[in-house]
Structures are given as C-alpha cells and as structure tokens.
Design a protein around this ligand. Structure first.
Ligand code: M6R
Length: 603
C-alpha cells in the first residue's frame, strides 16, 4: 500500500513526482506529500485528503529543483492527517524519507532514539527511519542508510534525500520498488505505470537492494556493489479516461463483454483451449493437491473456479484466504499446485504464499492482470487475464476475467488429467462464445437494478443468499455492496440462515436471493418464503428455469440462459450494477471508497 515516486535528473522534480503520484492513487489516497531540494534546502509539503489537495497546495509554487521524493499514503500507523502524511523529516531537519510498508520494530527504535534526544511529531512508524538515518549521519548519506537499514525489521521501500548532499537513495525490502533509467535522469516508483512515460528501461530491485544516485546510479546489497539486469518494459500508457461514463467503475462494468471477447481470442483456438504458458500433461499428472489462494474478490473468484476443478477434474481443491493460508500448516510439497489469483499481482499476503509455496517445492501458477507485477514475475507459470487497466477500487472486470481464466485452466487441467472428453470441452467453449452478447443483454436491463438500489440505499443491513455456486456469487455481491455503499452486507448459504442469522430479519430487511441452479430452486423458494414470512423484501436473481422464485419475491432479475459454470459471471454483473447505483445514489465516491486502496501491499 502507499505509493512512492522519487526523481533525480534534468526536469522539474515536483512536476514529475506529482504526475507519477497520480497514477499511483490506486495504492492509497488518504494523504500525499513531497520533499524537494531547492538550493541545498529541503522543502517539504504534505496534505491530508486526496492528491488534488496536494496539487492545490503546490499550484503556485515553482520549486526549482531536479531532485525530490513523493508519496501517496494509505494509513497504517497514525490517522490520515497532515502530520502523519509523508515525507517525514528528521528532528534536525536534515533527512527526508518516504516509506511504503511497515517498520515492525519501530517502537523499540523510537524508544532508543528518544533516549538519544530525538523528538517525534507524528504517530507513524516511518518517522523513526529519518531520525535513525540522521542519528548515523556524519558526512556520507549512503553509510548512514546502510547502518540504519541493518536495524530495520519489516517491509519497506524507502526514498531518502538530505539537505547536505545532492544525492537520492532508495531501498527495497518486500515492498516493490522499480528504478527507471532515462538519459541523465532516474525515477524510482512502486509501479511501472508512473515510470513508463519517462523511460522504458527499468530495473526491478531485489530485496535489500539499496540504490545510490548521484550523477549515475549504483546498486548495493549487503554493502556490496551488485549488477542488476536492465529490462525493457513493453507497455504503452494512455492516461485513463472515463470515456463519457460517470465513474471508472461504471465504465469497467460495461467493458466486461469486451474483456471476455479478448480472452476468448487469446486462449481459445477454434474449439480447444490454448493457454500457451501452462503446465504440460506430465506436470499436471504429477499433482495430487490443488490450492487456490487469494484475497478479497480474487478469493471469491477462486472459490467459484474450485467448483470447476472438482466437477470436471475430480480433484479436491482447497481454496483459502492468503492472510490465513500463509500461517497454516498446509502440507505443501512437490506434488502440490498452488494457484495465486491477483488483479494487481502485488497483494502482500498472496505474494507471501507464493514465496512460501516455492520453498516447499510446490508448483505455482499466477492468474494476474498487471504485467510486470511481482506475482506475475515470480510464479512458475503466469496466465494474464487481459482485463486492461482497472482503476476503480472495487474490482469488476478483473473479477469476471479471473473466473473465466481460472475456469479455462481447470478445464484444460481436467482434459490433461484424462477426466473430460474433448467433445465436452467443445460444448462448453461453444457456450462461452455466446457469453459476451448475453452480458450485454444483462447490461441493457439495468433499470430494475437501479430501482432496487433506491430501495436499499438508506438501509443499514442487507443479506445475500444462495446455494452451491450461487452462494459464492452471494459472497462477491455482499463484498461489492459493502465496499462502495458502506451498507453492512452479509452473504449466507441460504440453508444456513435459520441457524442463527434469521433472528436479524425484520420488516423490509432487504435480501438478494440468487438462484440459478434448477436442482436447488425448490430449496431456494423455501428459504425465500422463510425470510418473507418475517417481513423481508426479496430481490431475486434467477433464470427462466428457476423462475418459480419470482412468485415469492418482491422483485426479480431473470438472467439469460447459460451453463452452471458461467452463471457466476452473469449474477455478478447484476450485483456490480446494484452496488454501483447504490453508491452513486448515496452521493459517494464510487471509485475511491473510504479506507480502501486498490492494491494491498502490506500484511
Ligand atoms: O489485487 P488483488 O486481486 O490481489 O486484490 C485482492 C483484493 O484486495 C481485492 O480483490 C479487493 O477485495 C477489491 N477491492 C474488491 O473489489
């Protein structure tokens, strides 16, 4: 979380840094700030709130400087205010630091520094870093950074400048940091998106790399000079535009038919699956355990896809949340396949699971959106979901693409595993080709969803119910609504409600009941009747075949016909639109909901 941009070169540092921070807003937007060196003096400006606040503060400030550090924050230690915003300048005003990550031993270091007479202004963990460097600083900033970093525990990407030297130093440990190398200029950033407009030559720094930039750059690891490969990034960046939509989330919901079409083009060859970068038949036959591990929506996509493995490959799958899985005893070995799903490819817990899996010689497959991201680069195999830039914090097109790609992998796995006939795959792929048009039909029927959003927008609680695959869709629907409308939403397997939670149902409690499985329709109808009998207001998402549920619901949305494994992609479109309209009708910032960041790079 948080984003760093540091610059040293021939251009105006303030301009370059502010431009870079704009493309890192997805990493946090609680506060932001910059420090630049003007005639050997540190000038630091920081502001709580979105980046626009900082832009406004700096609007009429020229700041003639070619060296600076910038930061956009997602608060971990200390609330989001001007004081806790980065950069953090040492007590004596000599050192300025921006930091991404968490210094786990900051309280011991703070105590030590306080005993030495250092004073602290903020409640952050970062302020110990600038003070520690200042404590060690005699006449060589690099030496002071070496000594300080040796004492730090945790995850940290740091950008450091000092009053006393025309020099930019950066450190990378666990939190990503990329060095962009231009002609007589250098840029460091948490993400290539804020580098690509300056240069395409980059170095993905390794853990504990320390970059020292004066006229040229040197990289050290363990105090020894090291060489790192310069890689060419192959991305053309256009500034994201809403293209006439009110919010990025709305645009991204509407992009889903095209994302599916793009993936069909990339991975389907006539009527066979061609994943290009996947495991061979022999490798697949070696697996006896599959784990799918991810966070948030990516986890929900994983649960949906685990059904496909179990149904077609007849292999049990354990699907877990990365922050839990990383601390469990989980029997990983060389016969295990660990699938990591992540839009950003930078989620700290998911990355930790990947690294852990490799230690146990398990094979790893990443299903990722962002090219060049840590998870994409470190996994044994990577499949890209081709969703394009997802700007809104709430995942939409990446979620449906994650389901699709993981399902395709599961089908290919089942085929190589000898559990499914080619003909059956052909039939599934035939149906897949019709999915984009069917999503368009759903998108065109949005008015009923908007009507329901007006009914729930002032409610405090809502429940999402489903059985089987529909329960997994319910999980995603509840998450989507919570994160952008701030309405408490919970999902339940429909049969589970009466084991406790039904006590919460009262007159007009809204319920979303998802019922796409014909075999389970009667059960769902009974569950809806149970909540209706207690006064609930039911909006059902169903199909022509499960239409019975319409008769017991107050409102309903009938999905186009498809096969079981694609219904979650249809149901979620309705859920995404419901969350979108509810948030919009409440006058909230749909794209940047409070307290959230697009990419969660801390534990
Ligand atoms: O980048 P990732 O897919 O690894 O992110 C995982 C979650 O943080 C993410 O899906 C989050 O839950 C979204 N805000 C959901 O809309």
């Amino acid at each position: 979380m948080c984003g760093i941009v540091c610059y040293m070169g021939k251009r105006n540092a303030k301009e370059i840094i502010l431009e870079g921070l704009k493309s890192l807003e997805y990493r946090g937007y609680d506060s932001s700030g910059i420090s630049v060196l003007v005639n050997g003096k540190l000038k630091t400006y920081k502001k709580a709130g979105k980046l626009d606040e900082l832009n406004f503060l700096l609007k009429n400030k020229k700041l003639n400087s070619n060296i600076g550090i910038g930061h956009i924050r997602w608060a971990t230690h200390g609330k989001a205010d001007d004081i806790n915003a980065h950069p953090h300048v040492s007590y004596d005003g000599r050192i300025s630091v921006v930091h991404n990550g968490i210094i786990e031993n900051y309280s011991e270091l703070k105590k030590f520094l306080k005993e030495k007479g250092f004073e602290f202004k903020s409640s952050t963990d970062t302020e110990v870093v600038s003070n520690l460097i200042s404590y060690f600083y005699k006449d060589d900033l690099l030496d002071a950074v070496f000594k300080s970093v040796e004492l730090l525990k945790g995850s940290f990407a740091l950008g450091i400048i000092s009053n006393d030297e025309n020099r930019l130093i950066a450190v990378r440990n666990e939190s990503p940091l990329i060095l962009g190398i231009g002609e007589n200029e250098f840029i460091l950033s948490s993400d290539v998106s804020s580098i690509a407009h300056l240069t395409k030559n980059v170095i993905y720094l390794k853990n504990m790399d320390i970059v020292d930039i004066k006229k040229n750059y040197s990289i050290y690891n363990n105090r020894k000079k090291v060489e790192r490969e310069i890689e060419r990034i192959d991305i053309e960046l256009s500034s994201p535009s809403k293209e006439g939509y009110d919010f990025f989330m709305q645009k991204e919901i509407y992009e889903q038919p095209d994302v599916i079409r793009k993936n069909i083009k990339s991975y389907i060859n006539n009527f066979s699956i061609d994943l290009k970068n996947s495991f061979s038949k022999d490798e697949i036959k070696n697996f006896n355990k599959i784990y799918i591990v991810a966070c948030g929506s990516a986890y929900n996509a994983g649960v949906v896809s685990s059904y496909v493995f179990e149904k077609y490959a007849k292999i049990p799958v354990i699907c877990d949340i990365a922050s839990e899985f990383r601390y469990k005893i989980n029997f990983l070995d060389e016969k295990s396949l660990v699938i990591l799903i992540s839009q950003s490819g930078e989620t700290a817990d998911t990355l930790a699971v990947l690294r852990n899996a490799k230690k146990y010689n398990a094979k790893t497959l990443a299903i990722v959106n962002v090219y060049g991201s840590s998870i994409a680069r470190e996994a044994d195999k990577t499949l890209f979901i081709n969703a394009g830039n997802e700007i809104a914090v709430a995942s939409t097109k990446a979620y449906s693409a994650q389901i699709l790609i993981t399902e395709l992998f599961a089908l290919d796995f089942a085929y190589k595993f000898g559990k499914i006939e080619k003909k059956e795959i052909e039939n599934i792929l035939k149906e897949l080709k019709s999915i984009p048009e069917k999503i368009e039909i759903i998108l065109n029927k949005k008015s009923i969803i908007e009507d329901f959003s007006n009914i729930i927008k002032n409610k405090n609680h809502i429940f999402y119910l489903g059985r089987g695959l529909d329960y997994f869709s319910a999980k995603e629907g509840a998450l989507k609504l919570k994160e952008i409308s701030y309405i408490h939403a919970e999902s339940f397997p429909a049969g589970e409600l009466k084991h406790g939670t039904i006590a919460l149902i009262e007159k007009d409690t809204p319920i979303v009941a998802i019922s796409t499985d014909e075999k389970l329709t009667d059960k769902m109808v009974s569950n809806v009747e149970e909540v209706s009998a207690r006064g609930a207001f039911v909006f059902s998402i169903c199909t022509e075949k499960s239409k019975k549920i319409e008769e017991v619901s107050n409102m309903s949305f009938v999905l186009p016909k498809t096969i079981d494994i694609f219904y979650p992609i249809f149901s979620v479109i309705v859920e995404q639109l419901l969350a979108y309209y509810t948030s919009k009708n409440k006058g909230l910032d749909v794209d940047k909901p409070r307290n959230l960041a697009k990419s969660v790079t801390v534990e």
